[in-house]
Design a protein. Sequence first.
Length: 359
Amino acid sequence: MSGRRIFIAHSQSWPPSNGPAIHVWAIAERLARRGFLIRTQAEAGPPDIELVRPNRPSLVRAVRASDALYIRVDGHLAREKVTALARLAHPRPAVVWEVNASLEELLAHGMDQKMVARHRRIRRYLARGADAAVVVSPELVGYVKEELGVEDVTVVENGADWPPPPAEPSALRTAGAFRVLWMGSGRYPWQGMDTVLVAADKLAEHPDIVVAVLDADNQDPGPLPPNVIRLAPGTRSEVATHIAAADCVLCLYHATPWAPGGFTMSPIKLFDAWSFGRPVIATKLDSLERLVEDGQTGLLVSDDASDVAAAILRLRGDASLRERLGRAGQEAVAERYNWDRAADEISAVLERVIQRVRR
């Protein structure tokens, strides 16, 4: 509804260059287009978003002037603390948490069990102030209801821009006859860069195949197989040029046993690849198995490098399969997995919860 004042609490910079930032700003911009008055704390942002100075007094004033707080909750304990500020306002704003990950992700970053347990207690306490939650996958519903005690939970999966933005020519276009693209973060071991490099090594006898690695955090992976090239992290539009130039895109992960359900992600790279009509090779894991229909919208493989290499060879040798999978992926984005649909669903949650809290 036009005129609702929404404060979005997050920690992502502008312009977006990684998945969390793409998600935050895509939703913020589209809520603004739907008539919401969007405020957020950031050093820079798009022109239709009001930026709040990054200090506590400005934050308190923004919260008090809001109809709702929309708080991004990820694998760290940070922005959910803004929930406590809602008590300072009268009438108090509605509070909606967008939950993207459980705190058990901290275990994968080396935090000990005792500290994670302390963070969990704090998050559970703060969750008492949340009126509703949005989650990015059905696998997170149980976590939010059982661990955090929030009963009003809506699944709003990620998406991509639709139609996709125009893509300029990429240097990847001349890198080889068959170009395989992996995008992710070498800082997070569960994102499968190790599998990609081993698979590339197994494909070394096929000189026409080039594997491009785009590491958003620019980690040094050490010596690379000769058929692997590194792409520098770039802006959203620069990444789009590489996706458009690829012949297939890898969406590979290792199981994350610390996460509820084993794997709870809704990978933006999957939807970006689909939006450009690129066939996807994805790991056979929980939410990815639900999103990708094997042989219809992508190829599902184990996280064994031999399976990945075999799937790459299968796509290289079958142009009609590449075209069919790419077309099906585009249809999936056009019909469902796009940011406009996500913003519509979040708009409905915000409006419903604002009305309920006011009553």
